[in-house]
Design a protein around this ligand. Structure first.
Ligand SMILES: [Zn+2]
Ligand SMILES: [Zn+2]
Ligand SMILES: [Zn+2]
Length: 666
């Protein structure tokens, strides 16, 4: 990548990693090659003032045509699919159902979706594993999937029979009967394909099952129905939603001033434990090493993955997620996944691309003339008022507009950085041009105004994402009866236009967790009306010194933190025993409260998250009436509360975690 001699080296490196995750990628050498082939490019490039001009200029440089775009992706492989199915069969015969299920999944990922039966067979066999594992919900889903995939007619009765058995276990006898009738009909329709012995066996086993169903009896086949995994409670915004910002609570509002730009303040009294934001991302991507272990559409953990029909690179949790992704963004990523990876592009670059391919060209052309609005939000408000774009939902339109206008700090960028980004946009644009995204295609090396416009949007997205993307994680717990040990397992990154309005503080009054891709922001401390509500960009005062934090924040986010912890230079956690009384000293009240804190800690220790939240929020709300931070116990309470909130998001337990993707790091 190109470097500037005048900009701090740490800041340049921080910026580079938001563009390219590894130095080995092709992009690095591509930039150098183009720069060398155009020794005087800076004379013109430095004079350009918009992203559109920069991208357009870069499309015309010498040697840009050396980047050849061809489909490069993880292909299907029938031989591997067949081999994995055979391995699955032998594990199944030994009743190693979990292992067999994983082998059938590997087979399904690699099996072509047309022209061969392997996919249907592997999914049908997997449904048998899931049945014996007691995972009836996924078993039923696989039965439907195998049938839709063209499982051979003379064998289908077995799937209907299994379906009926699932319903018997669930005590849904009417549904069981319907499934059994389908099984019978299927046997009759395919009579000529059975030999006499098989036919009488099939009829006999269906008859026996019918008898059980009619008498509402259970089946004696050692299936222990697995408990449904508890799904996280969908949180509601405290005091309803803000009228202008549907994803923020009515307790807060977005303000603007010259010093800090847009920021969020408390409109009413916020208490510890309030829900301040609940937002779906405008778009999100999984990290590369999570592609085989989480659904590429909803990010849930995969157990019995549904493959993409065309590539072996991504998995989905359900047919519905597959269809949603494949009819939207994935059709523009499917054949080029490995090519994009090969550039060495960061997750943020892939996200910049996905934001584009999640919407149609028409969407962007329709809103082209409304893109740049002022920071004060008033223009977005008035555009919302006069909104009329056919075929585009108002929420999507406003969400994109908010995202597009987040801080990208273009004025602080150095020319080399802009050049790296413009050229990365051209690479992505060339890939996008090779898909069906643009209806009127030009050849690989000439660019229409539509294409340059979309390229400039990708550049804008990269710049905005550098400072505004949020990481998405699962909460990984080692033990069901205790909260510890735990770990935040990073799985991807998304852009949340409204949650991005919160500025950073090294002592944030809030914390966030994820349910799937959804972001939830909870308050950790009371916040008075008029006070700024901040979140944290990864640097907290009690773990790192001010110098360390400031270096990180200035390198990564380009600002000098002036939060209270920085301006008063608060000490690290262990050194915070000094009590700062709000009014008169009241040691006995403080000691009393300590018992509430101890209760909260105890609940947390024993994995009782809900009770822990109750005690800890009570302690924090009361203790802030007596003292000011950073008292050690207060900070510890906030930290414990953060852990309890994480536990309300997507939680994963060590004993249920399946490692399907061998590359996955944990
Ligand atoms: Zn999904
Ligand atoms: Zn695909
Ligand atoms: Zn700070």
């Amino acid at each position: 990548m190109l470097k500037s001699k005048n900009v701090d080296d740490f800041r340049q490196r921080c910026s580079e990693v938001t563009l390219q995750s590894e130095e080995q990628g092709h992009f690095s050498s591509f930039v150098r090659m183009v720069a060398e082939a155009n020794p005087k490019f800076r004379e013109t490039f430095d004079e350009l003032s918009t992203d559109e001009e920069r991208v357009y200029y870069c499309t015309m440089l010498n040697k840009v045509d050396h980047m050849i775009v061809k489909p490069v992706f993880k292909p299907k492989d029938l031989e591997v699919a067949k081999a994995k199915r055979a391995e699955g069969n032998s594990a199944y015969q030994k009743k190693r159902y979990k292992q067999a299920m994983m082998l059938y999944t590997m087979s399904a990922m690699k099996a072509p979706s047309t022209g061969d039966d392997t996919l249907a067979y592997s999914i049908a066999n997997r449904s048998a594993c899931l049945y014996y594992m007691g995972d009836l919900k996924r078993c039923l889903a696989d039965i439907e999937f195998a049938l839709a995939q063209g499982y051979p007619a003379q064998l289908q009765y077995k799937l209907y029979e299994r379906k009926a058995k699932c319903f018997v276990h669930q005590k849904q006898f009417d549904k069981a009967k319907t499934a059994l009738i389908s099984a019978k009909k299927n046997v009759e329709a395919n009579k000529d394909k059975f030999d006499d012995k098989k036919l009488s066996q099939a009829i006999k086993s269906l008859k026996e099952l019918l008898a059980l169903i009619t008498q509402h009896k259970g089946i004696d086949d050692e299936v222990i129905v697995a408990e449904e995994e508890e799904s996280p409670v969908q949180p509601k915004l405290t005091k309803g939603c803000n009228k202008k910002m549907q994803d923020l609570s009515n307790l807060v509002k977005v303000e603007h001033n010259e010093d800090v730009g847009r920021h969020v303040i408390a409109a009413k009294h916020v208490k510890a434990g309030d829900t301040l934001a609940v937002e779906e991302p405008f778009a999100a991507v999984l990290y590369q090493d999570k592609l085989g272990s989480n659904c590429d559409n909803c990010f849930s953990k995969l157990r019995a993955a549904v493959p993409c029909p065309n590539c072996a690179g991504v998995g989905y949790c359900s047919v519905a997620c597959r269809d949603q992704a494949c009819s939207s963004f994935h059709k523009y990523e499917c054949q080029y996944n490995v090519l994009i990876q090969g550039l060495g592009s960061s997750a943020l670059v892939r996200l910049a691309y996905r934001i584009v391919v999640s919407q149609s060209l028409k969407f962007f052309n329709n809103i082209k003339h409304n893109l740049n609005v002022d920071e004060k939000q008033s223009e977005i408000d008035s555009l919302a008022l006069h909104y009329s774009i056919p075929g585009v939902s108002k929420a999507t339109y406003l969400s994109y507009l908010s995202m597009f206008n987040l801080v990208g700090l273009d004025g602080m960028r150095w020319q080399e950085d802009l050049f790296n980004r413009a050229l990365m946009s051209v690479c992505l644009l060339k890939i996008l041009k090779s898909t069906q995204y643009f209806p009127n295609k030009s050849d690989q090396n000439t660019f229409t105004s539509d294409e340059v416009f979309i390229g400039s949007l990708m550049m804008r997205h990269m710049n905005v994402l550098q400072f505004n993307a949020h990481e998405i994680y699962e909460f990984f717990r080692g033990d069901r009866s205790r909260m510890k040990p735990f770990k935040n397992n990073l799985i991807g990154v998304g852009v949340y236009p409204q949650a991005s309005y919160f500025n950073h503080s090294c002592h944030p009054g809030t914390t966030r967790y994820n349910i799937g891709k959804k972001l939830v922001l909870k308050s950790l401390t009371p916040i008075l009306p008029g006070q700024e509500v901040c979140e944290n960009y990864g640097q907290v005062f009690y773990l790192k010194t001010k110098t360390e934090r400031q270096k990180e924040l200035s390198g990564r986010y380009w600002f000098n933190c002036e939060c209270i912890a920085c301006s008063e230079d608060w000490p690290l956690l262990k050194e915070n025993s000094k009590v700062v009384w709000k009014a008169d000293k009241n040691q006995s009240a403080l000691d009393d409260l300590k018992t509430v804190f101890d209760c909260g800690s105890d609940f947390m220790e024993h994995g009782q998250g809900k009770d822990a939240v109750e005690s800890l929020t009570e302690y924090i709300n009361e203790v802030y009436k007596l003292v000011d931070p950073p008292l050690e116990t207060v900070i510890r309470a906030e930290d414990k509360l953060r852990t309890c909130f994480n536990n309300m998001g997507t939680v994963l337990f060590q004993d249920t975690a399946l490692k399907i993707n061998p590359q996955e790091k944990r």
